[in-house]
Unconditional design. Structure first.
Length: 473
């Protein structure tokens, strides 16, 4: 790892505790995020071994997966047990907890950045796949299993084989109607849902440099859907402006000194990646998934593909996906009728996402028979949205305005869907049963989700009729 280095290699090297040839490296972990679903067994393991949490001040707990978004009472029996266990464990070990009802509560991958817990060059782990979100700040952030959660709690370190490196270079001018979510869905369609397996991705290029921090978080969030260990973006002026003034951030000369270090985290010009993928964004249009993994995606103006065009393995996967989704090859994507729309999640539950959806909905109404849930990614996001009057836009359009939480991104709380509901979701996964047994999920950007709510079928915002001729409900 000497000589010219990538961003990933610089951060990895700075956290290396022990390296032995032929064995995984031992890394120091700067921040450990935990929630109620993947932590109870880890704390039980600590008790059985007579251990305590090594660095509770470097651990942050958030209630998000099981919490309801229509009240402050957890009614689901299993969810209630997990939430109560997290509260007991945090109290016992002196861990800061953002619990339901706390003004700082929200989805862990939304609240950690907005509360200033994430900085460039950090190592961040959580028992949640979408920890890769925080790579948007130039942090090395990734999900871990429950056994690893216990190991980090006990030692503040983690044993891990060093991943390979992949550069994803976006080039060209981003069309006005193409969003960060569309970029990552297009990438998924290009290389497949496991195309970056064993790699840490660095997202590069002009479209990334011009992207907001919220957009960068969306892109990095879905790195795991590509099979990657993590996704990263080099810190720059956009990063520093976002971080300055956040709770816990240094100020004055201390902040300037931090920026001086963060500036060193750029990939060296002559550094070499193991793999490189290039995508010209100027050719893209809004994307939506048709199948049961994020790689099964096409432009919304396209058609459901024919499984016969793929390899044997691809054909079998596509046939199963079509059977589950109840679709036929050749079907126009923009003819597919939907009955549920979800705007939220750690992928698209931030202010920019709500603004994007509200812009489409303003002055329009949700189609009869369509249920639309808008779930802010945190209480802070919810408050900011209400200060801007966005909640009125959603409510007047016929959508439900909720409290913060993971909601129907996954079927682990009271918002889960049932039967063969067909949902346009701004979340990150469309696996079989992800949002409820038999539920069919189409991943899309917030603006596409809002447009689909208006028409009752998959719709690109640019295909909506002018506002003055829109039908009212």
């Amino acid at each position: 790892m000497g000589g010219a280095s990538t961003l990933f290699e610089k951060v990895w090297r700075s956290h290396l505790v022990d390296h032995r040839t032929g064995e995984p490296d031992l890394l120091y972990i700067d921040l450990h995020l935990i929630h109620e679903v993947s932590s109870p067994q880890a704390f039980d393991g600590l008790r059985l071994s007579g251990r305590t949490v090594r660095r509770p001040e470097l651990t942050l707990a958030v209630e998000d997966h099981n919490v309801p978004t229509d009240s402050l009472l957890v009614l689901d029996p299993m969810g209630k047990q997990q939430v109560e266990a997290l509260r007991r464990n945090c109290a016992e070990h002196g861990i800061e907890l953002f619990r339901l009802g706390d003004r700082r509560q929200g989805i862990v991958h939304v609240v950690a950045p907005e509360r200033g817990f994430i900085r460039p060059g950090m190592s961040v782990v959580c028992g949640d796949s979408h920890t890769s979100t925080h790579g948007a700040f130039g942090a090395l952030a990734f999900g871990i299993g429950t056994t690893d959660v216990e190991h980090v709690l006990a030692t503040q370190t983690l044993s891990l084989p060093r991943p390979r490196t992949m550069a994803v270079e976006f080039t060209g001018e981003l069309p006005p109607d193409v969003t960060p979510k569309d970029l990552v869905l297009a990438l998924n369609a290009r290389i497949g849902a496991n195309g970056a397996h064993g790699h840490v991705i660095e997202y590069r290029g002009g479209p990334i440099e011009q992207m907001s921090m919220e957009g960068r978080m969306t892109v990095c969030n879905m790195s795991v859907e590509l099979g990657a260990r993590a996704g990263m973006i080099a810190p720059d002026k956009q990063t520093y402006e976002y971080l300055q003034g956040l709770p816990g951030m240094p100020d004055g000369k201390d902040f300037d000194d931090a920026v001086a270090y963060w500036e060193t985290l750029r990939t060296d010009l002559d550094a070499v990646f193991d793999e490189t993928v290039r995508i010209d964004v100027s050719t893209l249009t809004p994307y939506v998934t048709w199948g049961t993994n994020p790689g099964q995606a096409v432009p919304i103006g396209g058609r459901v593909p024919d499984p016969a065009t793929g390899t044997d393995a691809q054909r079998a996967a596509a046939e199963r996906a079509l059977d589950y989704m109840g679709l036929e090859p050749g079907t126009r994507m923009d003819s597919i009728e939907i009955d549920t729309v979800f705007v939220g999640s750690c992928t698209n539950g931030r202010m920019a996402d709500l603004e994007s959806a509200a812009e489409v909905l303003r002055g329009r109404t949700v189609a009869p028979g369509v249920r639309m849930l808008v779930v802010p990614g945190s209480i802070e996001v919810r408050q900011r949205a209400e200060n801007m009057g966005l909640h009125k836009v959603f409510i007047e359009a016929g959508a439900e305005w909720r409290l913060s939480g993971c909601s129907i991104c996954l079927g682990m709380n009271d918002d889960r869907l049932t039967g063969s509901a067909r949902c346009v979701s701004t979340s990150n996964r469309n696996y079989e049963g992800r949002q409820g047994a038999g539920v069919r999920t189409h991943l899309a950007a917030p603006a596409v989700a809002a447009a689909s709510a208006i028409t009752g079928k998959l719709t690109a915002p640019g295909d909506l009729p002018p506002l003055e001729t829109s039908c009212s409900r």
